[in-house]
Design a protein around this ligand. Sequence first.
Ligand SMILES: Nc1ncnc2c1ncn2[C@@H]1O[C@H](COP(=O)(O)OP(=O)(O)O)[C@@H](O)[C@H]1O
Ligand SMILES: [Mg+2]
Length: 249
Amino acid sequence: MKARVIMVASCKGGVGKTTVTANLALSLAKLGRRTLMVDCDFGMRCLDLVCGLSDKVTYDVCDCILRGISPERAAVRDPRSPSLWFIAGPYRYGGGIDGEGFRSFLETASEELSLDYIIVDTHGGEGVEFSLAAPNADIALVISTHQEASIRAAEETAKRISELGSAETRLIINSYDVKAARRGRLPGVLELIDRTRVRLIGIVPRDDSMLERQVTGSLAASDGRSRSGKAFANVARRLDGESVPLSVE
Ligand SMILES: Nc1ncnc2c1ncn2[C@@H]1O[C@H](COP(=O)(O)OP(=O)(O)O)[C@@H](O)[C@H]1O
Ligand SMILES: [Mg+2]
């Protein structure tokens, strides 16, 4: 398969998986990389909402894998970039997708849309999505905030990914509150790396405009001047092989 498959994971909900998926995908597309976002949070889909694309969705992942709709037909072009597409997750999932079916869906999508990247948003728990995505991913981004429960979940997530497949894991610290870390109120970057034992690829600052953005479907990565927008752009460039200095501001 030509496209690199990136899985976005944490077995805890609410840490920012969907936010990271949408913003990283747009950042990669802005680098000119042909990128597809796939919502694999079956039953709880919300990537379409975060991207503001709900009205444009006709088909979902299950239509592609179980009902013969081609990924090219199911993919919605994101109006923000000519290099960005989106395939929704199903509202309800009654089973029936196996690892081989999912792999073949990714391969067909990669070929039909000539993709460079496929970013797969996953579910927070031990859902089937996790075991479909992990063996097919080239790289798994483990998302953690610096809240205790999220750090523990990141450690567990990285362990499960390595049990399920050969994906490399990288840590994204999301919603980072630099002031709280400096005052010692919340664990800092080094403690997070030590505790999760995952190599760091980026830090996304806490950005209180995110909540509002989820309502309007606007993405921080659209705005190259915001701190979180810049952080997503930096992670995208690192994923794409550039050497970009880490910023903690
Ligand atoms: N960097 C951030 N700063 C502030 N809020 C954030 C940030 N990233 C995500 N959020 C907010 O956290 C909530 C959960 O994010 P979401 O991406 O839906 O998490 P998950 O997909 O892991 O359940 C959302 O309300 C989102 O707007
Ligand atoms: Mg989510």
